[in-house]
Design a binder for this molecule. Structure first.
Ligand code: ATP
Length: 233
């Protein structure tokens, strides 16, 4: 479904990604993990066309997407929950949710407002409140709900549990588990290794802009040296 092939990405003269390669199959949950500043967000922003890639290719659903503007990449079916949530602060919860609504993949049971509110019941009482008045947890649920409203083929979450209270984090992990059970393809970036190991099928470790390891949850769990070497835990 998604194939990132040997991409190099630069910020002005400084290279941030070196030949990054990763792929996600239909229905798979994959993670991209690594310490701060290693290139996770840069990889996401390269996939989304927010930063241009200088070398390599990105394919999504049989279409080459690198070089396309971000909105075209979104309409090809990639829903992004960006780092820092970035909900529209002056729009109400309802307006945030319907702003991007579409049924891109032609789903029989698409995400519509009512379905998102059933999935995140906490948003129901907040429908008419502006995004700026929500708690961090509510904003995160709104950001995920908004990404689901495009009915993405692939959902990407960049640090979706960062800065949230433990109970809210648990709810987010549990919702991501529900999405996986429904067959949603997901790329997750997060620091909570144990939750990632439980949720995902495949993991990529990034170090200084290079993918240095990839493998399944059992392999990651079985090799504590990976954690000390690349994740600092
Ligand atoms: P974090 O978990 O802290 O968000 P990350 O793994 O997502 O880390 P990136 O944000 O992708 O890391 O950063 C990768 C490298 O690119 C770092 O060396 C960072 O300093 C650099 N970088 C990131 N954004 C910019 C920018 N806008 N301009 C210049 N360099 C940048």
């Amino acid at each position: 479904m998604l194939e990132v092939r040997k991409i190099d990405t630069f910020y002005a003269g400084s290279q941030a990604l070196f030949g990054v390669t990763l792929s996600i199959e239909q229905g798979q949950v994959a993670t991209l993990i690594g310490r701060n500043g290693m290139g996770k967000t840069t990889t996401v922003n390269s996939i989304m066309g927010i930063i241009p890639v200088r070398k390599g290719e990105i394919w999504f659903n049989h279409q080459r997407i690198n070089g396309l503007p971000s909105f075209k990449i979104a309409t090809a079916g990639i829903g992004l929950v960006p780092e820092g949530r970035q909900v529209f602060p002056s729009l109400s919860v309802r307006e945030n949710l319907i702003a991007t609504a579409a049924n891109i993949a032609g789903s029989d049971d698409p995400w519509i407002l009512e379905k998102v509110l059933e999935f995140f019941p906490g948003l129901k009482q907040r429908l008419d409140n502006p995004g700026s008045q929500l708690s961090g947890g509510e904003q995160q649920m709104l950001a995920i709900g908004r990404a689901l409203m495009i009915n993405p083929r692939l959902l990407i979450l960049d640090e979706a549990t960062e800065g949230l209270a433990p109970l809210v984090r648990e709810e987010i992990w549990s919702r991501l588990g529900n999405l996986k059970d429904e067959g949603q393809s997901i790329l997750v970036i997060d620091k909570n290794l144990e939750a990632l190991i439980q949720l995902a099928d495949h993991h990529y470790i990034i170090e200084k802009g290079r993918i240095v390891w990839n493998g399944g949850s059992d392999q990651l769990r079985a090799d504590p040296s990976l954690k000390t070497r690349y994740l600092g835990v």
